[in-house]
Design a protein around this ligand. Structure first.
Ligand code: GLN
Length: 382
C-alpha cells in the first residue's frame, strides 16, 4: 500500500507561470506570460563560461560564492547605493532570486509569526511563508497605481509581526517605491523587532528617470534586511538560475546555516564568468533604457487594440486593462486569449490569495520587436 502523503502546501497547485507557458506551447501561442527574454544574451558572457569550464573551474566554489564575484558585487553596491558591504560576511551567491527569498524566509520565520505581504504578490512568497508555519497578513496595493497604504500597514502590525516583504520594481505591476514610501517604512520599523525582506531582482530595470529605492541605501533599514537579487534578470539568462542575497553579518550567518544544507553552493563556471563580466558597468547601467524602449514599443502597438495600459515604471511587465473588451474573469480570459487568439499572458488574479479580479492581465515586454508586433496583430482582432 502506498502511504498517504500529508501535504505541507494543501492549497497550492502548479505555479501560474508553468501553467501558462505549457498552454502557450500547446497552442503555439506567442508567450508574453512567463517573464523571460526571447532575444539573445551576450555572446561574450557565454564565451566566458566556456572559458571557465575549459580552464577547469568545474568543482565546488566556496559555499558562500566565489570570492572574486562577491568582491565585484560589493564594489557595485558601493558605487550605486553608497553601501558599505563586506563581501565575506554579507553576500551569498544562490541558485536564483526565488531561492534567496525562500532561504531568507526559512532562516527567519518561526511558527505563528506574522508576515506583512502586499498583494498582488509574486507567487512564491505566500507558500514560502506558510511552509514555515508563519501567517501571511495580506494588504492590498491600491488599484490602479498599486501604491502602499501605509496607514493600513500600521493598523495591521501586531506584536507577532516578524517581517515586512517588499518588492521594487514590482512584479506584476511595475510599480516602484518612492522616497515617501521609505520615510513611512523607516517610521514604522524604528525601535521594533521587525525585519524586512526586499525582493530587488529588477533593480536595473527601472524607467522614466526613477531612482531605485534599494534597502541598501538606508543603513537603518539595511540593518534589519535580507535583500535578494538575480543575475538572470540582469544578463538576459533567466535559465541560468543564479542570484544572491545581501544581509548584515548576523542575519547572513543564519541564512548560510540554511543554505549550506540545501544546495551547499552554486554553479561554479558561471560565477567565474560573472566575476569577469561585472567589471563592465555599462552592461547593467544601460538596461533601464533598453527595457524602457520595449515597454514603450508594446504600448505604442497596443494603441490599436482595446487594451488600456496601467503605468509601469520598472520590471519586465506592464498590466493592461481589458474591461472595454469583456467582463470575463482574468483567468478565463487569459486562457481564451491563449487558445483562441494565440497570445499568452498572466492573469493578475494569480498574484492574490484574497479573491481580486480587476480585469487586468500582465504582459511581458522583454521580447524582440517582431514578437511584440506579432502579438499586437493578433490582439487587434479582439
Ligand atoms: N519571475 C518570472 C515571472 O514573474 C517567472 C519565474 C518563474 O517562472 N517561476 O514571470
Amino acid at each position: 500500500m502506498i502511504p498517504n502523503i500529508q501535504s505541507k502546501l494543501p492549497n497550492v497547485g502548479t505555479t501560474i507561470f508553468t501553467v501558462m507557458s505549457v498552454l502557450a506551447n500547446e497552442h503555439k501561442a506567442i508567450n508574453l506570460g512567463q517573464g523571460f527574454p526571447d532575444y539573445n544574451m551576450s555572446e561574450e558572457l557565454i564565451a566566458l563560461v566556456n572559458k571557465a569550464m575549459q580552464a577547469g573551474h568545474n568543482q565546488y566554489v566556496h559555499m558562500n560564492g566565489l570570492p572574486a564575484l562577491r568582491d565585484r558585487l560589493a564594489e557595485k553596491m558601493d558605487d550605486l547605493y553608497a553601501a558599505n558591504i563586506n563581501p565575506d560576511a554579507e553576500i551569498t551567491i544562490t541558485p536564483g532570486g526565488t531561492y534567496a527569498i525562500y532561504t531568507a524566509l526559512t532562516t527567519l520565520l518561526q511558527p505563528g509569526d506574522e508576515v506583512i505581504v502586499f498583494e498582488p504578490a509574486y507567487d512564491s512568497y505566500i507558500p514560502g511563508i506558510e511552509i514555515n508555519g508563519a501567517i501571511p497578513v495580506l494588504i492590498p496595493l491600491v488599484y490602479p497605481d498599486y501604491k502602499i497604504d501605509w496607514e493600513l500597514v500600521k493598523q495591521k502590525i501586531t506584536n507577532k509581526t516578524k517581517l515586512i516583504m517588499l518588492n521594487t520594481p514590482h512584479n506584476p505591476t511595475g510599480a516602484v517605491l518612492g522616497a515617501d514610501d521609505i520615510v513611512h517604512l523607516q517610521n514604522i520599523v524604528k525601535g521594533t523587532g521587525i525585519f524586512i525582506l526586499s525582493d530587488e531582482v529588477y533593480e536595473h530595470l527601472i524607467f522614466d528617470g526613477k531612482k531605485h529605492e534599494s534597502m541598501l541605501r538606508y543603513p537603518d533599514l539595511y540593518e534589519r534586511s535580507f535583500v535578494c537579487f538575480s543575475f538572470g534578470k540582469v544578463y538576459h539568462c533567466t535559465g541560468w538560475k543564479i542570484g544572491y542575497c545581501v544581509a548584515p553579518p548576523a542575519l547572513m550567518n543564519e541564512f548560510r546555516k540554511v543554505h549550506q544544507f540545501n544546495c551547499f553552493t552554486t554553479n561554479s563556471p558561471v560565477q567565474f564568468a560573472l566575476a569577469e563580466f561585472l567589471k563592465e558597468k555599462d552592461r547593467y547601467l544601460q538596461l533601464g533604457a533598453f527595457l524602457q524602449q520595449k515597454r514603450d514599443y508594446l504600448k505604442m502597438l497596443m494603441r490599436q487594440t482595446k487594451f488600456k495600459p496601467l503605468p509601469s515604471f520598472g520590471s519586465y511587465f506592464q498590466l493592461y486593462s481589458y474591461s472595454d473588451i469583456t467582463d470575463e474573469a482574468e483567468k478565463d480570459f487569459a486562457i481564451r486569449l491563449t487558445k483562441d487568439f494565440g497570445v499568452a499572458t498572466i492573469p493578475t488574479s494569480a498574484f492574490y490569495k484574497n479573491e481580486t479580479d480587476n480585469k487586468v492581465l500582465r504582459f511581458c515586454f522583454s521580447k524582440n520587436e517582431k514578437t511584440l508586433e506579432a502579438a499586437a496583430e493578433r490582439l487587434i482582432k479582439l
